[in-house]
Write a new protein. Sequence first.
Length: 218
Amino acid sequence: MKKQNKKIKEPRKEILKISQQLFNTKGFAQTSINEIMRNVGMAKGGFYYYFESKDEILDELVDRYIDSKISKVQSIIEDNNHNALVKLKLMFITEFEHDIQYNQPDNHLHNIKNVDMHQRILVKMVNKYAPVINQVVLQGIEESIFRVEYPLEASEFLVAGFHFLCDLGIFSWNKDEYTRKVKATEEIIEKTLGIEKGSMAFLSSMLTKKEINLKGSI
């Protein structure tokens, strides 16, 4: 435990860091503000100088997670050398690798203890990440690669469906079950976008190239 009178250089960042560690090890609901501040090394009253509630911390952690996803794919979206289908593939690959890297033991929000956090993540994925996917879907429509009548809604559906069904923090799929979910997702994406069967087959092939922790999150 840190000493109460130790000066913290960046209290807000330290509160976020400690909160994320505690949410991961204990779960969001089981972590108290008192415990957060005790581990930070500050009095409880100092918490309210930086945050209004524990929920505000969770919102910021989730926003950081989503924003980090978006920043990883932004250069792909802005690259004029690729058509929409290539961009979509690159975005899925980049997101997959991002989650492998981001979801380290002390750094991820998808821990099984945090089931109550998943709905908030999913809502923000639809609200913030789906519009990013939609930029590529719109490009694909202009290029006559995708055939979609409701592009934004299709993007929202794909983001929500993929991240819910394939979230190993919610469902305890074994490897065979998880592979089936991903293969089904490939088919759903192809049919939703009106593209050739097999266009998204790379998703399941990635499973053989990465080690998947089926007790937690990928």
